[in-house]
Design a binder for this molecule. Structure first.
Ligand code: COA
Length: 149
């Protein structure tokens, strides 16, 4: 993973991120949603340093000892190479060092790739949230992972 680095997301990253977001999600976030994540929370990007290119990102909210993952993606050409697992484990380790013990997220019930990844990282399905997603309408699993305590 030597050629990949993780750093804070900046407003100047948003042109690249929005392009990935549109490729990846049918219900892509608008630019404004990323602005508030950058201003009010601690979002991160994964960079391929050999190409000076953003290849993934994560937006999360730390609330005392909880961390809520709101958005995570790896760009299409970089999938299935262990990068999603690497990126998320690094974020989780960093948050644990800062006192987080509980992680939560929602995921489309048909998003098997992401669900498998989260399970590998210790997440469990907690409940189904009916019609949580729009475009297309779909149920979500709320998943959680609990460390320490
Ligand atoms: C989910 C996502 C981040 C995974 O990133 P990735 O870099 O391809 O994942 P990794 O290569 O690190 O895979 C780690 C594990 O996740 C699981 N996994 C990842 N992609 C998978 C797929 N397409 N099908 C089944 N399992 C998959 C596997 O268990 C894999 O372990 P393995 O390679 O030993 O089988 C990526 O597919 C993505 O960006 N998807 C679109 C956005 C998205 O759905 N985000 C989550 C919203 S809740």
């Amino acid at each position: 993973m030597d050629k990949f680095i993780i750093r804070k997301m900046l407003e100047s990253d948003l042109d690249e991120i929005i392009q990935i977001e549109k490729r990846v999600f049918p219900d892509a976030w608008e630019r404004e949603m990323f602005y508030s994540e950058i201003r009010e929370h601690d979002s991160k990007v994964l960079i391929d340093t050999s190409k000076s290119k953003i290849i993934g990102y994560i937006c999360g909210w730390k609330i005392i000892d909880e961390y809520l993952i709101n958005n995570v993606a790896i760009d299409l050409p970089y999938r299935k190479k262990g990068l999603g697992q690497y990126f998320l484990s690094e974020i989780i380790s960093e948050q644990i060092k800062q006192g987080v013990t509980k992680f939560f997220l929602e995921v489309r019930v048909t998003n098997i790739g992401a669900i498998n990844l989260y399970k590998k990282l210790g997440f469990k399905e907690l409940r189904v949230r009916k019609k949580y997603y729009k475009d297309p309408v779909e149920d979500a699993f709320e998943m959680g992972a609990f460390y320490g305590n």
